[in-house]
Design a protein around this ligand. Structure first.
Ligand code: FIX
Ligand code: ZN
Length: 416
């Protein structure tokens, strides 16, 4: 252990620690290779990521349905031509594709999509998963696991054994679409009903408990609209307070609220059609205050919610803020949010998650974010140095580990 006696030594250690830390990625849409084709990977999946679909439609007048009728490869060809050749790929999503190719040792300057495809064609998904976790220095990822997803559900008929992939029980379909889904839950053997009677609430609790145990879920999660409000006389609010929170407390797992998604603002864009709106911080504070023995993870989609969310976290130790989510996952906003969060919350925050939908994205989303978080940390430790306080190299390593997964692990272990 060595005390760092200069700002240069501090900055060097911060850069090394952030570069070398193995990350726990607390929210992704990835799956282990054993889940087959629902794990997306390779350059065509990178190019047809819904972020790039949305950006492509800003330049083309193609009919939406005509685009969706194209094959994946034809869509990728059109996106590559539009966003990379006809216009320079300077958006964050475009840059991300090129960072992946570069880190894999391919040559972005070649602009040779055919050659990149040939590279991926000779890989197995198992080997490529190992390569991506190694290149991205990813310890573990938390998945998004939806029992209502007909493609995913059969994979849970036996235990998932790849320890790099942790589960999160995703319950949007329960909370936001109970009228459309209660009969499906009944068909799975849970005696629920349309009006959500007390008996049905008990059965929903059993449904949640069974799936959380089956998946060994790290938390339960839902993506929620800007208008998400509790308390309220809605099925969603009743399900949260009467079913979700009692089971989460019983199992000592957090409820992760991802607030602010306006689903399908443009339905023609399909998955790329969601937009955002400001959420209600009073709901977050009500839940944290009213259920002090429950734990809440929270990320909000509107930039306008970020400061009040960080302040709320100062008030409630059972609230852990995470990530620069979706439309916030851009260098300018990652820096703004990370600076503000560390100034308000110190190391009791999860600065970033990837939200990766394509395996390869782990490489770029973490490469880009590490660089920005390191920049903020260099400034913060240098500010500390100016007070006369001195840190050691091991303390910087410890702090960085907290930010890239340790704080999340501590929160999961917390008994309130
Ligand atoms: O609700 C969510 O988990 C969102 O992250 C996704 O629905 C969204 O499409 C996404 O992948 C954003 O990055
Ligand atoms: Zn997500």
């Amino acid at each position: 252990m060595a005390v760092l006696q200069s700002k240069e030594a501090i900055c060097k250690r911060v850069d090394e620690a952030v570069k070398n830390v193995w990350v726990t990625d607390v929210h992704t849409h990835l799956y282990p290779p054993s889940f087959g084709d629902i794990l997306l990977w390779n350059v065509d999946e990178l190019l047809t990521y819904h972020y790039l679909v949305a950006e492509t439609f800003r330049y083309i007048d193609m009919d939406y349905d005509a685009f969706w009728a194209l094959s994946k490869r034809e869509q990728a060809d059109l996106i590559f031509k539009t966003l990379f050749i006809d216009h320079s790929p300077i958006s964050e999503s475009c840059r991300g594709v090129l960072t992946v190719l570069q880190k894999l040792g391919l040559d972005p300057a070649s602009r040779d999509l055919a050659a990149w495809r040939e590279y991926f064609d000779q890989l197995t998904v198992e080997d490529y998963t190992d390569k991506v976790f190694e290149l991205g220095r990813i310890k573990r990822v938390v998945m998004t696991n939806d029992p209502f997803d007909d493609l995913e559900r059969p994979h849970w008929e036996k235990p998932q054994t790849d320890a790099r992939f942790l589960a999160a029980l995703r319950i949007d379909q329960l909370l936001l679409h109970y009228p459309e889904n209660w009969e499906k839950i009944k068909g799975w053997g849970y005696d629920v009903d349309a009006e959500l009677s007390i008996k049905a609430v008990i059965e929903v609790q059993r449904f949640l408990r069974d799936w959380a145990v089956r998946m060994q879920a790290q938390y339960m999660a839902a993506s929620l609209p800007p208008a998400f409000k509790v308390p309220d006389n809605t099925l969603c609010a009743r399900l949260v307070e009467q079913a979700v929170l009692p089971v989460c407390r019983e199992m000592n797992i957090p409820f992760a609220m991802m607030i602010g998604v306006k689903k399908l603002s443009n339905p023609d864009l399909q998955l790329a059609g969601d937009s955002e709106g400001k959420g209600d911080i009073d709901t977050v504070e009500y839940l944290c205050r009213t259920y002090p023995h429950n734990k809440f993870l929270c990320t909000m989609l509107a930039r306008e919610n970020q400061h009040e969310l960080a302040v709320a976290a100062r008030k409630f130790r059972n609230l852990l803020v995470f990530g620069c989510w979706w439309f916030l996952n851009n260098p300018s906003l990652i820096e703004e949010m990370t600076r503000m969060r560390i100034e308000l919350l110190g190391l009791s925050v999860v600065p970033q998650h990837s939200d990766a939908r394509v395996l390869d994205q782990l490489i770029y989303k973490w490469t880009h974010s590490r660089r920005i978080i390191a920049k903020v940390l260099r400034d913060k430790y240098c500010d500390l140095y100016d007070t006369g306080w001195r840190v050691t190299d091991e303390e910087i390593d410890r702090d960085v580990d907290k930010l890239f997964g340790g704080a999340f692990d501590d929160f999961l272990a917390l008994q309130l």
